[in-house]
Design a protein around this ligand. Structure first.
Ligand SMILES: C[S@@+](CC[C@H](N)C(=O)[O-])C[C@H]1O[C@@H](n2cnc3c(N)ncnc32)[C@H](O)[C@@H]1O
Length: 658
């Protein structure tokens, strides 16, 4: 995870780290030894009893104060691809056919829940029975276990179809079915029956619509969505559609509304457009189309497709000038503002900042990236390059986050991860990984831009070039291991902006897709700041057209700590001009600098710069001088003194120039 996270270090004792390592390694060993063995049948009664007990324990732990103090430990680094075979092409199998430590490629398994759900921070599990009800097995969903705020395993009356089920062991060595990719678990709540009698089908679709409306009234959005979807499946069948095309339109229009509320903007836009009647001669049709255009336009706006949104709202204004002109005109003015921001970076940052709060931490603003282009950066993969001369202090880009999880939001989750690939323990923002996956499942059109980022696990070869993802029949197949690796190498911390104390457990983190293409330098020519979820990158010195733009992922003044952070989090050894000089400093100088940095940290934690007294200012000046003296003026000519930055910033506030 990225820079600006001082004070976020997690201290693990050597024994704790060893215990995590050993647990993961032991599991890997046991899995390898058991691979291919037949599954042992379970005793149904005791399995359900155990799950019920564990579920109660988990509920009680959830109520206690200890939950916030513990971090889940997760083993990572054994990726496997999601299933990309359509459900209809998979062969059915039974629980009794399962083999240990096997991905049952080419098969599907249909089960129903047979016990309460055991809900833990980073996973949930329950006992499940197969269709015959003869066998019982444990089913665990890792990390991506909630949809729209609800536990997937708790979906009432659901049948679960596991695509290419993975049967493995838990950390405790217990056999389990395990789901890592949400698309590998198909949740069936409705009926699949084909209906040939038109009247009966129409009746059934109408009932779905009524049930959807009732669910919507009760704010049960997932149920409303499921009911409209079921109704649509029937209403779109040729026989029904030919007899009553308005039924599918009504269901689409209603589902578009629910999709907007669920932040499923791709489907909202498609549904709203599918519901358009296109008859200008009757008022009722015009009103319904006006509603649909509003929904389609809102979805396009939320996807950042401002030109398209403009066109849709202009159509609405033309269609129903009598009923929507004031509202639509206001929206069109807002869209014009976004378009200007996007094209010319005209953001009013003070106004945007003033409109942000803990309740509204995300800015309604467009991204402006026209000053940068993406090119190869030899030895560093891709990088960002300036498309024009940028004077010092000017804006390079303003980027709206793809996704931010704030430290005060319930989505925040930090885990200790042990990666078997490089034998390293890290503090990982798995809450952000989860939120990114959720957003992609909701809006598959955005998958390509995220999956295009740098990450160690390349994922499956893509079969859909439009989205750079592999589309399963039941929705997009998002490779969650790839998202984990992308988040690990590309996330940044926007810091605590709304007065909340942040630590390692609740650090705010986010993903900015343009910024993620920028490389690091310790002597960076760009510096970033955050306005809510907007990243604002400015030129730290004059940047000429064609220059590569570097920002600092880690700004620690301690060379050894910085080097370790860059290697651990981003996997490279920095060779910038500052590192070349700094690594030649004698160990005693580096030690002295480290001690002074610790003194500065303690000092700034103790003394507020605003209104500081004379004694504190003198002390700060002494510290600044002592740090300066650790840098050889000749060798450091023109290079930043990173260790001096914090105290210089403190002094700039304490003794502002008059
Ligand atoms: C946030 S991405 C930057 C964009 C990346 N170069 C790409 O091609 O997508 C971070 C990754 O870029 C590479 N990188 C960034 N700065 C680097 C540097 N100064 N030297 C070598 N590799 C660097 C590392 O592989 C790092 O994990």
């Amino acid at each position: 995870m990225a820079a600006q996270r001082s004070g976020n270090t997690v201290f693990l004792t050597e024994q704790e780290a060893e215990r995590i390592r050993n647990t993961v390694k032991e599991r890997v060993k046991k899995c390898n030894a058991a691979a291919g063995q037949a599954r042992e049948p379970r005793d149904a009664k005791s399995a359900i009893r155990n799950a019920t007990g564990a579920s109660l324990m988990a509920d009680m732990a959830d109520m206690g104060p200890s939950q916030a103090a513990t971090m889940p430990a997760i083993g990572v680094g054994q990726p496997y691809p999601p299933c990309v075979v359509p459900l209809k092409d998979l062969q059915p199998m039974k629980l009794g056919d399962l083999r240990m430590e096997t991905h049952h490629r080419g098969y599907r398994l249909t089960v129903k829940r047979a016990s309460p759900v055991v809900t833990l921070a980073a996973r949930s599990w329950a006992m499940v029975q197969d269709e015959a009800g003869e066998e019982i097995e444990r089913l665990e969903i890792c990390l991506h276990k909630r949809r729209h705020g609800r536990e997937v395993l708790e979906t009432p009356g659901a049948v679960f179809i596991l695509k290419e089920p993975y049967f493995t062991l838990t950390d405790d060595g217990e056999p389990t079915l395990r789901v890592d990719h949400p698309s590998d678990l198909v949740v069936v709540t409705g009926t699949d029956a084909e209906v040939s009698d038109v009247a009966a089908a129409e009746k059934m679709a109408k009932r779905c619509k009524d049930e959807g409306n009732a669910a919507l009234e009760k704010q049960n959005l997932p149920l409303a969505h499921a009911k409209y979807t079921e109704g649509l499946r029937i209403a779109r069948q040729d026989v029904v559609h030919n007899a009553n095309p308005d039924l599918a339109r009504d269901l689409s229009r209603n589902r578009a509304h629910v999709n907007l509320l669920l932040s499923q903007f791709d489907e909202a836009e498609a549904d709203a457009k599918a519901s358009l009647i296109g008859r200008d001669d009757d008022q009722r049709s015009k009103e319904l189309d006006s509603k649909a255009l509003f929904r389609a336009g809102t979805a396009a706006y939320n996807l950042g497709k401002y030109r398209e949104a403009k066109e849709l709202f202009e159509r609405r204004l033309k269609l129903t000038p009598d009923i929507s002109s004031k509202e639509t005109s206001a929206i069109l003015r807002k869209i014009d503002l976004r378009l200007r921001e996007q094209e010319a970076g005209t953001h009013d940052l003070s106004k945007i900042r003033a409109g942000l709060s803990r309740a509204r931490p995300r800015a309604d603003a467009a991204s402006f990236v026209a000053n940068t282009t993406i090119k190869d950066s030899p030895g560093r993969g891709r990088g960002l390059f300036a498309t024009r001369d940028i004077p010092e202090g000017d804006i390079i880009f303003i980027e709206k986050a793809f996704c931010v999880v704030w430290g005060f939001e319930s989505d925040v989750l930090t885990a200790i991860t042990y990666d078997v690939r490089d034998d390293r323990i890290r503090v990982s923002p798995v809450g952000l990984t989860r939120a990114v996956v959720h957003k992609l499942l909701n809006n598959p059109s955005q998958t390509a831009a995220v999956m295009n980022l740098y990450g160690d696990w390349p994922g499956v070869p893509t079969t859909n070039t439009a989205t750079n993802t592999t589309t399963a029949d039941d929705g997009p197949a998002i490779d969650t291991f790839r998202v984990h690796d992308i988040v690990s190498r590309n996330a940044f911390g926007p810091g605590s902006q709304f007065g909340d104390a942040e630590g390692a457990r609740n650090a705010s983190t986010g993903l900015w897709l343009r910024a993620a293409l920028g490389n690091h330098s310790c002597a960076a020519n760009a510096r970033k700041e955050f306005v809510g979820d907007l990243m604002v990158l400015r030129a730290a010195r004059r940047i000429a057209r064609g220059d590569e733009i570097f920002h600092a992922y880690d700004e620690s003044g301690d060379y050894d700590a910085r080097r370790e952070a860059l290697a651990r989090t981003w996997g490279f050894d920095c060779a910038c001009e500052l590192c070349v000089v700094e690594r030649e400093d004698p160990p005693a100088v580096r030690r002295r600098r480290r001690e002074l940095i610790a003194e500065v940290d303690a000092f700034v934690a103790r003394e507020r710069p605003a209104g500081a007294n004379r004694r504190a200012v003198v002390r700060a000046q002494r510290l600044a001088k002592a740090i300066e003296e650790t840098y050889d003026a000749q060798r450091y000519k023109g290079l930043p003194r990173l260790a001096a930055r914090t105290i210089q910033e403190w002094l700039a506030i304490a003794t502002p120039r008059r």
